[in-house]
Ligand binder design. Sequence first.
Ligand SMILES: [Fe+2]
Length: 136
Amino acid sequence: MAYQWDRSLETGVPAIDNQHKQLVAAVNSLLDACQSGKGTAEVARTMDFLTGYTIKHFSDEEKIQKQYEYPDYAIHKRYHDAFKVTVGELTKRLIKDGPSETLINEVNISIGDWLVNHIKGDDFRMAAYVKTKIPA
Ligand SMILES: [Fe+2]
């Protein structure tokens, strides 16, 4: 199942939204590699890209939060850190065991669904705050 980018995921902060779009695309590439039987090398490649892009995006997003002194920065960063651990663990298991149905299901829940829920919840709250601070 592919994740759809639509306006329900738009925070209204273009720098963040553009990266979120890329992240959703990266999750879809990973799921596609897992499901299409392209083999472990392709799964590893897409997982690698997702990992790198996640690290970059979280770092950029945290910089914005610090810049505008977002009061929930610490807890938001904890969510990011926990997700990076999840991605690392799933990468190890995908490489070791291959993309079994159970593992693909976990990728859907722990990566895809997590990301969508994080954007719609934590990121929307953060963006609403940031938008009040950005000069018009
Ligand atoms: Fe975030």
